[in-house]
Design a protein around this ligand. Structure first.
Ligand code: HEM
Length: 137
């Protein structure tokens, strides 16, 4: 059976106990590359934080190969594709992953190297899916 990434769901739950977790992720993400802040210049960050909060959960299910997350993952990929509402240059995904892994490591009291390697692996799966759909019709 495929890896269900239950340890990541639990780690994510511990991160969300910190009410500023998503906010701190965006601070780190924006600081990680000068191209990122302009992309969010017209964004309602309150709504965006809620959208990402759900998006990360979808991403974990997607990495685990759950068919239930297929549609939600495709919708997110389409938003970030070349024809989408918020196109994202695939070259920026490593900054997203690095920022996410760093903030999780700072937030989850049970974070260790092995867990962070698994987070990186799972978030790479979703970013690779977005990249594959970047130029798709
Ligand atoms: C380099 C990486 C990324 C950048 C620069 C980026 C940027 C953006 C921008 C600019 C928006 C639109 C905000 C608006 O409506 O004004 C957005 C929406 C969104 N992003 Fe990303 N994003 C990235 C990666 C991701 C990843 C990896 C996920 C999921 C795990 C994700 C999930 C979402 C979701 C759920 C929305 C809301 C979509 C909606 O409103 O329908 N993003 N993103």
């Amino acid at each position: 059976m495929a890896d269900q990434y239950e340890d990541l769901q639990q780690s994510y739950g511990r991160c969300l106990r910190d009410k500023r977790f998503i906010e701190r992720f965006y601070d780190a993400f924006v600081a990680s590359h000068p191209a990122i802040a302009p992309l969010f210049k017209d964004t309602d960050m309150g709504r965006q934080r809620l959208a990402l909060r759900r998006g990360i959960s979808v991403a974990i299910f997607h990495a685990a190969g759950s068919p239930l997350s297929k549609r939600a993952t495709e919708e997110m990929a389409d938003v970030h594709s070349l024809r989408g509402r918020a196109p994202v240059d695939p070259a920026l995904y490593p900054y997203w992953i690095d920022s996410m892994v760093m903030v999780i490591a700072q937030t989850d009291p049970e974070a260790d190297e092995a867990l962070m390697t698994r987070w990186r692996k799972a978030m790479t799966v979703v970013c690779d899916t977005f990249t594959a759909r970047y130029r798709a019709e």
